[in-house]
Design a protein around this ligand. Structure first.
Ligand code: GLA
Length: 746
């Protein structure tokens, strides 16, 4: 690791408060007028920080990077925005209780009860981790109280992604209380701001809404605790000047890497500039920091482009695969899940039959879902047994080990469902360890899917949850996959453990998530590679911190392919196809080919009764698994381009292109099958991301047995042609989904 210190003035190691105050004063005076400039640049963009005459750190520029010879320092002169009624709007980390009267990024209560904070610039440095990645840190201190704040800006230059977090250190003699402690505070200057944010609920995730921001504060937040993004994810797009399209417009994507309550404030100031503050939700979350303790906030991840939403999403995908998602550049297992085939009604023999079905289908793995555990309270419905992770002796008399072996003999890997953070009140776990459950002892319990949440702030509970997985892996070293579910929100947020240990109850929301990460960290230290799916009865839980530990996620329980096209379309802006689990189920009566083609645009799996498939459906599915295997490299690792938007047209079209532009796959789906619109794709679909100079063959794949492609054979067209004129996939009511392979011809 090469370290280049840009600017770090000497500061004594041993400080007492007075000395600190004195030095800071001297230093501030010296600095005044220095106007330290801190440009933080990616390959295309720049965030520029500057220290003002009062030693406060502000943001003076965010946007396209300027070439050499341009002085960012002169930018403020071009804006005559010097009215100071509310303090400094453009603060890079707005403190509360002193000179600023706008929404703060940080609010604290000092050991002596005082609630004021000022943050002044002390030093900054940039360290380069490699040619692409560097971290700029800026140290800020309060001149009166011994509180230090370090702002961190980690830049992934080629991907144009910036990750920001903040570290707050208490150097006071007494504990301080953090009342608000955001990860990031940004500032934008544009004509207008168009926010696209998402809402929904179970089976209706990722409904987008675009709004012109007006004066006041728009808040995106969650207070649900676990599975925090059930109704709203911490994920949004912000277009500047005018709404962006797929290929045009200035747009920032933002997402918080935190699997708990979040708050994103978008405040328009009196200059019509926009302040953005993102982090953990301060709601009921005061956090105590003892002397010399530090608090590291989660990461807020952004990417910015001036070329529309498509490029922003590719930036995030490239970054996620390379730097964040577990095994992001690896491969994934196709699978047969038994949830919708059996629900809770299965036994060893039935499962053995399903293994054979999986083999017949040709998938890599069988995934045993909910219902395999609990003896005193057997898990035969979602009303009982959760928490009792012992095989049910009636259903599985020979245990999981036997199933793993049977699956292996059938030629399949074996994976298993767990919901380790939860408990049914009807369980032995609840009977034995009521103090492990998040509940208010004096109040009635509230259930979400008949269950309660375990208190992961408690180290004993962390060990218990770790032990569930560890025991399974120790007993079954061939276990190949975990589906980690999380179906309840946190009612009655109260921890017996925090009470017993004399800690603040308001730390529960945060300590829960920290506890969860501790468990995941420990699991990954021992089992670094086993693929795990992050699931939450829908899109209730996916974020870029959790994805450090998971290889994939479940975007929605809604597997109706028509609905799914929209959910996958929106979710694809933020998360890459390799991480997005799409299963073919019987939720819909739409043709099996349509359901399969929709699942193929991500990580494909099955959740159907194979034995009930007609001969042709089985033949089609067997071939589909083979076809998927042949295109999966392009889908998992290629660049995604959205071609026709189903919110605007009656069909959706999108494509993935491999890195050297020699292969692509184009998916097209009919979404608006209306009377008298027999042929919806009357115009060609223009492709993107190809090499204009290359020649490509166009071939329809994944055809249903007995049907012929209407595209004609031997179509060879240039990249230029395909990107200028396009080709017509001929999507219509009789051909409601079409997959085309585009291969370079030499
Ligand atoms: C959640 C998941 C489903 C299934 C059930 C089991 O709803 O999303 O896929 O695993 O739990 O109870």
């Amino acid at each position: 690791m090469r370290m280049s210190i840009i600017f770090t003035p000497f500061f004594p190691g041993k400080q007492n408060t007075l000395f600190l105050v004195f030095c800071t004063f001297l230093f501030s005076t010296w600095l005044a007028g220095q106007h330290v400039l801190i440009p933080i640049e990616t390959s295309q963009n720049a965030l520029v920080l500057q220290v003002d005459k009062d030693n406060h750190l502000g943001i003076i520029y965010f946007g396209r990077k300027l070439g050499p010879g341009n002085d960012y320092g002169t930018i403020p002169r071009q804006y005559r925005q010097e009215e100071n009624n509310a303090g400094i709007y453009n603060s890079a980390y707005t403190p509360s209780g002193s000179w600023s009267l706008v929404e703060p990024a940080i609010r604290i209560t000092h050991g002596d009860g005082n609630t004021s904070l000022d943050l002044q610039y002390i030093s900054h440095q940039t360290s380069k981790q490699d040619e692409n990645v560097s971290v700029t840190t800026v140290l800020l201190k309060d001149p009166v109280y011994a509180v230090e704040v370090t702002l961190n800006y980690k830049v992934y230059a080629a991907e144009n992604v910036m990750e920001q977090w903040t570290v707050i250190v208490n150097k006071e003699k007494k504990p301080i209380t953090l009342n608000k402690y955001a990860s990031s505070n940004l500032y934008f200057i544009a004509d207008d701001y168009y926010l696209t944010h998402y809402h929904g609920t179970w089976a209706r995730e990722m409904k987008p809404e675009e709004t012109l921001l007006t004066a006041g504060i728009k808040v995106l937040d969650s207070k649900l605790g676990t599975r925090a993004n059930l109704f709203q994810p911490p994920t949004f797009m912000l277009s500047f000047d005018k709404p962006s399209t797929e290929d045009e417009g200035k747009v920032l994507f933002g997402t918080l890497g935190w699997s708990g309550n979040f708050q994103i404030d978008l405040e328009m100031d009196s200059y019509h500039n926009l302040r953005l503050i993102a982090g953990i939700n301060p709601h009921a979350s005061e956090y105590l920091l003892k002397p010399n303790q530090e608090f590291k906030t989660p990461s807020f991840i952004t990417t910015y482009t001036e070329h529309g939403k498509g490029e922003a999403s590719r930036n995030l995908h490239n970054w996620a695969r390379k730097y964040r998602l577990l095994d992001g550049e690896g491969s994934r297992l196709t699978l047969l899940n038994n949830w919708e085939a059996t629900y809770f009604d299965f036994d060893e023999n039935k499962l053995a039959g399903l293994f054979k079905d999986g083999k017949k289908l040709g998938v890599d793995m069988f995934l045993l879902d909910d219902g395999w555990f609990g003896n005193k309270y057997p898990r035969n419905s979602d009303r009982a047994g959760l928490g009792d992770w012992q095989e049910n002796v009636n259903k599985l008399p020979h245990g999981i080990g036997y199933l793993v072996k049977e699956a292996k003999d059938a030629g399949l890997k074996f994976g298993i469902w767990l919901e380790p953070e939860m408990v049914n009140p009807k369980s032995e776990l609840y009977e034995k360890h009521r103090d492990w459950v998040i509940r208010q002892p004096e109040r009635p319990e509230y259930y979400f899917r008949n269950q309660l949440v375990l208190d992961l702030s408690n180290p004993e509970v962390q060990n218990f949850v770790y032990g569930i997985l560890d025991t399974l892996f120790i007993k079954n070293p061939d276990l190949a996959f975990i589906k980690w579910d999380c179906n309840a929100v946190t009612f009655n947020a109260n921890s017996a453990y925090l009470k017993r240990t004399g800690q603040l109850q308001t730390q529960l929301y945060v300590d829960y998530v920290k506890g969860l990460y501790k468990v995941l960290e420990k699991i990954r230290a021992k089992y670094p590679k086993v693929p795990m799916m992050l699931c939450s009865g829908g899109g209730g839980r996916v974020d870029y911190e959790a994805l450090k530990y998971f290889t994939e996620f479940w975007p929605s329980d809604d597997t109706d392919p028509l609905e799914r096209i929209f959910i996958q379309w929106e979710s694809s802006y933020f998360f890459p196809a390799i991480a997005t689990c799409n299963h073919i189920t019987d939720w819909s009566s739409l043709p099996l080919k349509f359901r399969t083609d929709v699942a193929m645009m991500g990580k494909m799996g099955y959740d159907i009764v194979v034995s009930k498939l007609s001969e042709k459906d089985l033949q089609f599915s067997q071939q589909a698994v083979v076809n998927y295997r042949s295109i999966s490299d392009v889908v998992w690792h290629g660049d995604l381009y959205r071609l026709v938007n189903p919110w605007e047209k009656p069909f959706a079209s999108l494509m993935c292109v491999n890195e050297n532009k020699s292969r692509a796959v184009v998916f097209s789906y009919l979404t608006g099958n209306r009377y008298m619109i027999p042929t919806v794709s009357q115009t060609p679909v223009r492709l993107k991301g190809l090499d204009p100079k290359k020649k490509y063959s166009i071939k329809e794949i994944n055809l249903y047995p007995g049907t012929q492609s209407t595209l004609g054979a031997d179509m060879v067209l240039s990249g230029e042609y395909l990107m200028t004129i396009g080709f017509n996939p001929d999507v219509n009511a009789r051909r409601s989904s079409v997959i085309v392979e585009v291969v370079e011809v030499k």
